[in-house]
Design a protein around this ligand. Structure first.
Ligand code: PAF
Length: 303
């Protein structure tokens, strides 16, 4: 596994690897480069992305870059957990070929004046409470796409809105990348894996279980009530989350997916295709997100 820190060196190494693969194979689809973009502090959720990439690609590139421009001024960029040594061991164990771990100066030489903005779907959910966040995400992801030129890129569905936004960007800008959404990975007790879970005290971690419990309650309600409305869903979510004394709800929403249109309270779910039930809740200073998807009244992702 190679660890590369500059764009020039990465391009050079990828050219060599692509040529070597081309010589080794007569496969007409060409060499498939799979990119797994991350901010590091890797957990089993990231490992599942690397496994999917390994299965579906000839060359796997993992990027590790805590992207400053997707953090707001009062957010946790400085304290975001980092452990490169451990990350490299995880990447090696998952069979990654190249880890691209650039500095902030390498990714954003000054002055930089270009950003990528997806409008509409970035204005809701996380976009409403984290202004500018998705501009930072789409800008860095499009830079990574240009630098690596992957055929496939792997993203976790825990950030469902991020997946929808990146798919929209790829569609609108005709980027030749297949965006592969991968399922949420959870702890045994239901907590969705996140690098930010390390911020939680044991008491808050216990309270954070209300997220997956609320989503499971929605799954059960949807399975048993075909006339269930958006208002019922919002009520179930809020009722469960209120069982945690420290939880402060940012949003507890039901929206169409991937267009992220909010459902009116009296709308019945059965009138819809694919839906996203999405939560963002603060426990102390830690903001956690979680979600499930429901398709034509059939639960797609299980808590
Ligand atoms: O999901 C993340 O870790 C980040 O938002 C991403 C996609 C790596 C962009 O910085």
């Amino acid at each position: 596994m190679k660890v590369i820190r500059t764009i020039a060196e990465l391009r050079q190494e990828l050219n060599i690897m692509r040529k070597n693969h081309n010589n080794d194979t007569s496969d007409s689809r060409g060499v498939v480069v799979g990119l797994v973009p991350t901010m590091g502090y890797l957990h089993r959720g990231h490992a599942s992305l690397m496994q999917a990439a390994r299965q579906q690609s000839d060359i796997v590139v993992l990027s590790i870059f805590v992207n400053p421009i997707q953090f707001g001024p009062n957010e946790d960029f400085d304290s975001y957990p980092r452990d490169e040594e451990r990350d490299l061991a995880v990447a090696r164990a998952e069979g990654v070929d190249i880890v691209f771990s650039p500095s902030v100066e390498e990714m954003y030489p000054q002055p930089t004046q270009t950003t990528i903005t997806v409008s509409g779907i970035t204005e809701r959910l996380c976009g409403a409470s984290r202004p500018g966040h998705f501009n930072g995400v789409t800008t860095v992801v499009s830079k990574l796409f240009n630098i690596v030129q992957p055929q496939k890129a792997f993203f976790g569905m825990k950030d469902a809105q991020q997946v929808a936004v990146i798919q929209q960007m790829v569609h609108d800008l005709n980027m030749p990348v297949d965006v592969v959404p991968c399922p949420i990975v959870r702890e045994e007790d239901g907590l969705a894996l996140s690098s930010r879970n390390v911020y939680l005290s044991s008491e808050l971690r216990q309270e954070a279980l209300v997220l997956s419990q609320a989503l499971r309650a929605v799954q059960e309600a949807v399975a048993s009530n075909t006339a269930i409305t958006a208002k019922d869903i919002r009520h179930i979510l809020r009722e469960h989350i209120s069982q945690s004394v420290h939880a402060v709800i940012d949003y507890a929403e039901i929206q169409s997916f991937p267009s992220l249109e909010p459902l009116a309270d009296d709308e019945e779910l059965k009138a819809y295709g694919d839906l996203l039930i999405a939560l963002a809740v603060k426990f102390g200073k830690t903001r956690l997100i979680d979600n499930i998807r429901i398709q034509k009244m059939e639960v797609l992702s299980r808590v």
